[in-house]
Design a protein around this ligand. Structure first.
Ligand SMILES: C[S@@+](CC[C@H](N)C(=O)[O-])C[C@H]1O[C@@H](n2cnc3c(N)ncnc32)[C@H](O)[C@@H]1O
Length: 216
């Protein structure tokens, strides 16, 4: 693989099994994930999507310089990710955004497409309780999940599909590891966040109670 990936993107890359997927790299920015998937042939085709046209212009220049990469293997769309139209069975990667943005994008995709044949690989930060509840309410099930750390930040990775797999847990109980200091700190930060927010918004009490129960 020529494109170098950091810890978070490598973990996302490794969660994608097999080959010949039709893959979407939504909110692609630098496009590193999609490029690595093309170079490794884990993806037969990658559709790169970002809403910022200058980002897509840079990526277009970069991708055209890759030797022996057939233009049939990629597509570049300057578009709000919520507007994509899914056709063939696909894996949709949605990484490097906040949980609130992930929810808005997923809601748009669900409204415009029948998603049952497609898998979603999401790596979002913050608002994960609300995002997980959103997934539960839309019948998404977990095929795989992981908590990875890059520097001091933790990222929840979720591979999900509608109607297929394990129940999504609203606080990601399966990710908690009391033996890891970084892991404990990740959950402690969430608890502190909800404690601070509770003064302004009592609706956070439910999430706070669940997270506090988990780390007891
Ligand atoms: C931090 S980058 C993430 C890059 C890469 N996916 C990663 O995980 O490293 C976030 C990108 O999301 C794009 N973005 C945010 N909201 C979007 C939306 N609704 N539709 C398309 N792109 C969006 C931004 O333009 C930005 O380039």
């Amino acid at each position: 693989m020529k494109t170098k990936l950091g810890i978070r993107l490598s973990s996302i890359f490794n969660m994608i099994e097999g080959a010949n997927h039709n893959i979407w790299d939504l909110c692609c920015d630098h496009g590193k994930l999609g490029l690595a998937l093309l170079e490794s042939h884990k993806a037969s085709k990658v559709v790169f999507v970002d809403q910022v046209s200058s980002i897509m212009d840079d990526l277009s220049r970069k991708i055209q310089k890759i030797k022996d990469l057939s233009p049939k293997r990629y597509e570049l769309l300057t578009l709000s990710a919520e507007k994509i139209q899914l056709e063939d069975q696909s894996l949709i990667c949605l990484c490097g955004i906040g949980g609130d943005v992930a929810q808005t994008i997923m809601a748009g995709i669900i409204a415009n497409n029948d998603c049952r044949n497609h898998q979603f690989l999401i790596s979002a930060q913050y608002h994960m309780y609300d995002f997980r509840k959103f997934l539960i309410s839309h019948d998404f099930k977990v095929l795989n999940e992981e908590l990875v750390f890059e520097g001091k930040w933790g990222y929840e990775l979720l591979l999900v599909q509608q109607g297929n797999g394990k129940q999504v847990d609203s606080i990601g109980r399966g990710l908690y590891d009391e033996h890891s200091q970084k892991n404990r700190k990740y959950f402690a930060n969430i608890i502190n966040h909800y404690k601070r927010r509770l003064n302004q918004d009592k609706s956070h009490a439910e999430a706070l109670e669940l997270y506090e129960d988990l780390v007891k």
